[in-house]
Design a protein around this ligand. Structure first.
Ligand code: BEZ
Length: 244
């Protein structure tokens, strides 16, 4: 009788251990993709522009992009978009670091009586932003001027120090201004928060583009996948601008 009780107790302990082990494996297998993802991503994100042409790091960047492609649906939460045609642009200020001072800028007021192209991106220095999205707006800045845009604002969901460094690196002309939405207050007001917490990037902004006339949205588009540039490219925005 006593032996049976001991046996039952031992068996119970074995089952408990086995359940704990199974749970540990389950958790571990859930974290593997994240670890695989996070490792390659920081290099391309942080140095996308700076490492152009560097063979070993560009391989890292490719890995990063492939990893992002695999996980690109993670956290891509689309909030209610308040940037529809005819909407007022939110007055929530964005920031810009100029000569060591932080300026608070109300984009709605700034666009009064003017035409502004507003390009919102998930962050400064990300591969898609640095390599595919923003360069077109810099290259075509004069064409945008000719089509009636007084200004192009590149709004990144990164802090103003980082956005300043990004702008210094890309050297845009005067009509292309880089601004920061570091706490995503504007993105929230615009209904364009992108939750990339699972990627280790925190809350960001959707990738979008809009033509703003006199404080109102005249046209806008949001990328369904923030890691790609399709309907918000400089070509598409320029053609919209030339239409109206
Ligand atoms: C990008 O390369 O712009 C990007 C990276 C991660 C998440 C979203 C966008």
């Amino acid at each position: 009788m006593r032996m049976t009780a001991v046996h039952a107790q031992t068996e119970q302990m074995r089952q408990d251990r086995s359940a704990r082990c199974a749970e540990k494996h389950r958790l571990r297998s859930r974290t593997v993709p994240l670890r695989g993802l996070i490792r390659p991503v920081p290099a391309p994100c942080a140095f996308a522009g700076a490492t152009r042409g560097a063979e070993s790091l560009s391989r890292g960047r490719i890995q990063g992009i492939q990893a992002l492609e695999r996980f690109s649906t993670w956290g891509m939460s689309v909030c209610e978009d308040h940037m529809k045609t005819g909407s007022e642009l939110p007055s929530t200020p964005v920031q810009q670091l100029v000569n060591g001072e932080v300026r608070e800028i109300d984009l709605a007021a700034r666009s009064a009586g003017r035409t502004m192209v507003l390009v919102s991106v998930p962050g400064a220095f990300t591969p898609t932003c640095s390599d595919q999205h923003v360069p077109g707006f810099i290259r075509e800045a004069q064409a945008f001027r000719d089509a009636g845009a007084d200004e192009i604002v590149i709004l990144a969901a990164s802090d103003f120090f980082v956005v300043k460094a990004w702008s210094d690196q890309l050297k845009p002309p005067e009509t292309v201004q880089f601004m920061a939405d570091g706490s995503q207050k504007f993105a929230r007001a615009a209904g364009q928060i992108l939750d990339l917490t699972d990627l280790g990037l925190g809350l960001r902004s959707q990738r979008s583009a809009a033509v703003i006339r006199d404080g109102k949205v005249a046209w806008s588009a949001i990328e369904p996948d923030a890691t790609a540039v399709t309907i918000t490219s400089s070509e598409v925005v320029l053609s919209q601008l030339q239409r109206k």
